[in-house]
Design a protein around this ligand. Sequence first.
Ligand SMILES: NC(=O)c1ccc[n+]([C@@H]2O[C@H](COP(=O)([O-])OP(=O)(O)OC[C@H]3O[C@@H](n4cnc5c(N)ncnc54)[C@H](O)[C@@H]3O)[C@@H](O)[C@H]2O)c1
Length: 254
Amino acid sequence: MFDLKGKLALVVGAAGYLGSDVCRGFAECGAEIIAADWNQQGLEVLAETLKAQGAAVRCECLDCADPAQTAGLMDSVKNTEGAIDVLVNAVYYRTSKGVDELAEEEFTKANKVNITAAFSLLQQASQLMGPGASVILFSSMYGSIAPNPGDYPEGTAVNPIEYGAGKAGVNQLVRYAAAWLGSRQIRVNAIAPGAFPWNVTDNEEFLRRLRAKSMLGRVGRQHEISGAAVFLASDEASFVTGQVLSVDGGVSAW
Ligand SMILES: NC(=O)c1ccc[n+]([C@@H]2O[C@H](COP(=O)([O-])OP(=O)(O)OC[C@H]3O[C@@H](n4cnc5c(N)ncnc54)[C@H](O)[C@@H]3O)[C@@H](O)[C@H]2O)c1
């Protein structure tokens, strides 16, 4: 089970904390990977790690919110690999601002990355997809529940409104696109992580509160994301579409 040999996976946001773990999982299951990100250095580190695993990987440095750049990538895939079997989008944008401070342009900028770029990638990649292909967008628990300001110690920015609004948009994008692409046997799902903190490791009080929110009494670990992605990418998930799979230690379930 969970054999991805013969599948080509385009992972956008591949150099990130969770995107790189998705790549690791895909590589372990035999997928060929196109790793895309705008962090060139991060891509190089990732490619070195994946190649050491024996994976076939090529890197593409681009801004995924620029449809001309992503269209260029799709053209190169069409001419080189021919087809895409799996698309993952693990990119996001957010500010650290409260509602009162957030300017309209910042809200719009977030939507451009969190929703519009996800839509463009999905629209473009689906043209290179055939029956059995799988799209996986990254949502968040904050696409379906609101952050509780009381969970944030003084001086720690509350997860901002444009982020959750964008992730709610991703959830609906998934349902709509699953219905749209279903007749072509292309599946569309999202993964909604809970807290997988990597940039607040020095904020012990915040971490304590994050742990307390989870039914498992802890936060997510980096290696705990790829299992969901491998499942959704694989033929074992062949009847799973239009879903938002929570990987959040139960935070959104109580
Ligand atoms: N880490 C968490 O706790 C958590 C929780 C819930 C949801 N998520 C979601 O999971 C996904 C991955 O998050 P992460 O924690 O790995 O974040 P991350 O910041 O480590 O990774 C994001 C990656 O996207 C890249 N990127 C950003 N904008 C880009 C652009 N315009 N073009 C190309 N690349 C771009 C960055 O360079 C980075 O490598 C995101 O969608 C995020 O919203 C994360």
